[in-house]
Ligand binder design. Structure first.
Ligand SMILES: Cc1cc2nc3c(=O)[nH]c(=O)nc-3n(C[C@H](O)[C@H](O)[C@H](O)COP(=O)(O)OP(=O)(O)OC[C@H]3O[C@@H](n4cnc5c(N)ncnc54)[C@H](O)[C@@H]3O)c2cc1C
Length: 524
């Protein structure tokens, strides 16, 4: 989705007055005046909390200063994963929760989340066998890097399998020797000793999944309102001061509880709200996307997940016919925009060369780069790669006015469980009981989604009979089974193709009306 937009649009001479340009959603917000909860930040974690509270019947307002899911949420590696690597840091709670949520998402969001076959190339047998268990015994991250050998990876995968099995839904890991590994993936570095293959999952359209979660929240409770391009700019007692980024107009909304879910910007938002905190220590991560058929073929359709020469775990994997390569982990200042630097590109080329030494890359193969800041907790002198990926919730009740609840950390994978934990804290503050759980609740267009490719054709023929099958397939991929709603709107009037038929004029109108698209760059 759209990158952050920092300030209001300036009204120029002859432009319509800001009032006449005010969006209906903002006018509705202005009319509300008071909500039980105001959530600041429309990334996946603010959105998940919004949906959870809406499902409890709580009047909740979510404001996002850019487009929804445009912060860290748009910058992820798209893995819905248990976090094999967190095992060596002893983060057993997080791994258990993550694999549980991963397995659940394969069922509740089958339109966007798919199993991901993952292969680790391994260069040694026993390295790091001492260092990592020591880290686990100390229940925390260590500071030194030692290469991970086969025995250590094997131990991790056995444990991971134990957490992951989900009644046998996910296959167990497999180890292969050098010869078999090279037969399966011939472009791999011939100096490898083994490969280990296991299953995780990936999300092919993270921004659309976030949007589906948001729409579920909006649809389930009339008192749930979410508006993008509205920034929280201050706090007067129990009222959050807001500014419509599009018009520059300000408004205030009272709240019994304020949730700060602004990801890497959490401390900056707290400062805006009048309280200094130092919860966060975000790190920047970048990715490049390559149009490189030879590299695509070399991956064999799998994620190649491995240790780069600096000890960082990096990945190469196929994405929509291209290849995603990531990522870095560098200390970052959230008040500065995150961009992919030339040094990072060199780092990525180097890591591809490490596993696929015969594949030549050129900067002209790069079709896209993106970067974001991970909302990690403050970590002082701990190396970025070893900082906990778990989350915690901080409640400030000492201030005059309503309590402010800050979220510190939180991956993509665990958004539902995190949203539930955060909503529980809010319900406690509101002294309201939980009415229902979000556990196992199917998300948006995942409802009755034909999981098997072989059933999709029949679904399209039965449910989108008036559309050309290729167009039907595109709608099913983009909206899941909500494609029927979109098709109904397409049928209401003349429609013209856009972007070589990938979109159409009426489809964009649908997005503007129902998906809060404000700028062309918000179309996903
Ligand atoms: C490089 C990288 C790779 C990653 N890979 C993975 C992965 O493969 N798997 C995984 O599970 N996780 C991954 N993550 C982590 C994951 O993407 C994030 O932890 C998660 O998306 C955080 O979501 P969030 O909602 O907490 O924060 P964000 O998405 O950053 O949302 C916070 C929002 O708050 C808004 N905001 C800030 N200030 C204000 C204000 N004053 N008023 C209104 N709005 C405001 C921002 O605009 C932003 O949209 C990765 C992260 C990065 C950066």
């Amino acid at each position: 989705m759209n990158p952050q937009r920092k300030g209001p649009l300036v009204a120029t001479a002859g432009a319509p007055s800001p009032d006449s340009r005010e969006r209906d959603s903002v006018a509705r917000l202005r009319a509300v005046r008071h909500a039980s909860v105001v959530i600041i930040g429309g990334g996946i974690n603010g959105i998940a909390t919004f949906r959870d509270l809406a499902m409890q019947g709580v009047d909740v307002v979510l404001v996002e200063r850019g487009d929804f899911a445009s912060g860290a949420t748009a910058a992820s590696s798209r893995m819905i994963h248990g976090g094999l690597r967190y095992l060596e840091n002893g983060e057993l709670r997080l791994v258990r929760e993550s694999v549980r949520e991963r397995n659940a998402l394969l069922r509740t969001a089958p339109h966007f989340v798919n199993p991901l076959r993952t292969t680790i190339p391994i260069y040694s047998t026993f390295s790091s066998l001492i260092a990592s268990p020591m880290r686990i015994l100390r229940h925390g991250p260590g500071r030194r890097h030692a290469e991970r050998g086969a025995a250590m990876i094997k131990a991790g995968l056995v444990l991971y399998d134990a957490f992951s099995r989900d009644n046998g839904a996910m296959p167990r890991h497999r180890f292969l020797g050098r010869r078999e590994s090279l037969a399966a993936l011939p472009a791999l570095d011939p100096s490898i000793k083994y490969t280990a293959t296991y299953y995780d999952a990936s999300v092919h359209s993270p921004e659309r999944l976030a949007l589906d979660v948001l729409l579920d929240g909006i649809h389930v409770h009339e008192g749930a309102i979410a508006v993008n391009y509205v920034e929280a700019i201050g706090l007067d007692g129990s009222s959050v001061r807001l500014r419509d980024v599009e018009t520059g107009l300000e408004l205030s909304i009272g709240a019994d509880v304020i949730v700060n879910a602004s990801g890497p910007w959490t401390d900056l938002t707290n400062e805006t709200l009048g309280t200094a905190t130092s919860f966060m220590g975000g790190t920047k991560g970048s990715h490049i996307v390559l149009d490189h058929p030879q590299l695509l073929e070399a991956t064999g359709g799998r994620e190649i997940f491995f240790e780069h020469s600096d000890g960082r775990i990096v990945l190469i994997y196929p994405l929509h016919g291209r290849v995603l390569v990531g990522t870095t982990d560098l200390e970052a200042d959230p008040s500065e925009p995150a961009v992919c630097t030339e040094d990072e590109v060199d780092y990525f080329f180097d890591l591809v060369r490490q596993v696929f030494p015969t594949i030549e890359l050129d900067r002209s193969d790069i079709v896209f780069t993106y970067s974001g800041i991970r909302p990690l907790p403050r970590h002082d002198d701990i190396k970025p790669g070893l900082v906990s990926r778990d989350y915690r919730i901080e409640v400030d009740r000492d201030r005059l006015g309503s309590p402010v609840v800050s979220l510190v950390g939180g991956k993509w994978t665990t958004f539902r469980a995190l949203g539930e934990a955060l909503a529980d804290r809010v319900l406690e503050l509101l002294d309201r009981p939980r009415a229902r759980s979000t556990d196992g609740v199917v998300i948006g267009g995942g409802l009755h989604y034909p999981k098997r490719a072989s059933n999709r054709e029949a679904w399209i023929a039965n449910n989108l009979p008036d559309l050309d099958p290729a167009r039907g397939a595109r709608l099913l991929e983009r909206y899941g089974t909500r494609a029927t709603e979109v098709a109904a709107l397409l049928a209401e009037g003349p429609d013209f193709p856009l972007v070589d038929g990938a979109l159409s004029t009426r489809e964009v109108a649908y997005m503007a009306k129902f998906e809060s698209v404000v700028h062309v760059t918000d179309v996903v």
